[in-house]
Ligand binder design. Structure first.
Ligand code: UDP
Ligand code: MG
Length: 320
């Protein structure tokens, strides 16, 4: 693997209504940066980059204040809320332009142990381009979140997209990874799948999850569902194949039932008996057809959004 020089590190932090967290988060992350600079593990011009995802509270004014006191604290504000994935993409694209050798993304509530960044840098120096943060456990998650997350990872695995379990967008990627990413024109990245797929040297670091520092989770059921469906439709066409195979077997089944009915009519003359069968078959077919249409609809929706090719996000202000 390549030998590397001490990197300039950028840390990106997506924020949505995080007025209770941003200041402490900035202080804690600066402490990490200072310690790593002292240890000569990163360069002194390493910086923080906040992406305010259209917050409606005082998040942005706090970031502006922080920037005034220290220009190593940079950031941008979206004109409206675009969602966590797009905020992360904006962060990655922005720090590539500003300049850095590697970038770490971390949540504004610092649920992830920020001191794991030191190990990320060590792995980067060992030659890895992607270092994934893997949670040691999901103790801080509600039963519902644990259950749905597990179901999602298992479904993805079944569908052929092997996304590491318990990895939550806390990772380091190199400048080389950012350059490769910029060559992909798709609008709706599912970052966890994308970084796993491109095939660069990848390793992981385990970290402990903490309780949210303040405030409440910015995800709700619809936004988690949207994230999961985007993940599935961007990284697997297995559901579409499943629909085709199911359709084939259903047709075979229908053909069999048809033959059976004809034989019954010709030889036994007691066809009116089939009322219950009729209803069962009709409703089962109806349900399966709607379900399959739904799956196909998800992919059509994904195509529709990609084809329109709208900007992933719109920046309002940027502090450099
Ligand atoms: N976030 C964001 N835009 C959104 C929702 C969330 O930028 O629309 C940010 C949020 O501020 C936080 C990170 O994404 O920094 C993860 O969100 P949160 O901690 O609420 O998620 P959880 O830990 O509950 O999964
Ligand atoms: Mg959180």
């Amino acid at each position: 693997m390549t030998s590397r020089t001490i990197p300039k590190l950028a840390i990106i932090i997506p924020c949505y209504n995080e007025e209770l967290c941003v200041k402490t988060t900035a202080e804690k992350l600066l402490e990490v940066i200072n310690t790593l600079v002292e240890k000569k593990k990163i360069t002194p011009d390493s910086y923080l980059y906040f992406v305010d995802d259209g917050s409606k509270d005082k998040t942005w004014s706090i970031i502006e204040e922080l920037h005034k006191s220290n220009t190593l604290i940079k950031g941008t504000k979206f004109i409206r809320n675009f969602g966590n994935q797009r905020a992360l993409i904006a962060g990655l694209e922005s720090v590539r332009e500003i300049g850095c050798d590697c970038v770490v993304s971390i949540d504004a509530d610092l649920q992830q142990d920020e001191w794991a960044i030191e190990q990320f840098i060590d792995e980067y120096m060992n030659g890895y381009d992607i270092v994934l943060g893997i949670r040691n456990d999901r103790k801080t998650d509600s039963f519902f979140k644990k259950f749905t997350a597990e179901a999602f990872y298992k479904t993805m695995k079944l569908l052929g997209a092997n996304i590491p379990m318990n990895h939550s967008d806390y990772r380091l990627v190199s400048k080389r990874t950012l350059d490769i990413m910029s060559a992909f024109s798709e609008k709706l990245f599912f970052l966890r799948g994308f970084f796993n797929e491109i095939g660069l040297p990848t390793t992981h670091v385990n970290f402990n999850v903490k309780k949210r520092m303040a405030g409440c989770s910015k995800f709700n059921f619809p936004s988690l569902m949207a994230l999961a469906l985007n993940g599935i439709t961007s990284y697997s066409v297995v559901p579409l194949r499943f629909v085709a195979v199911l359709g084939f077997f259903m047709a075979l089944f229908g053909f069999g039932i048809g033959i059976e009915t004809v034989i019954e009519k010709l030889f036994w003359h007691n066809s009116p008996n089939g009322w219950a069968t009729n209803i069962i078959v009709m409703s089962a077919f109806g349900g399966i057809q709607l379900f399959c249409l739904g799956i196909i609809g998800e992919y059509v929706g994904q195509l529709y959004r990609e084809v329109k090719s709208r900007p992933r996000y719109i920046k309002d202000i940027e502090l450099l």
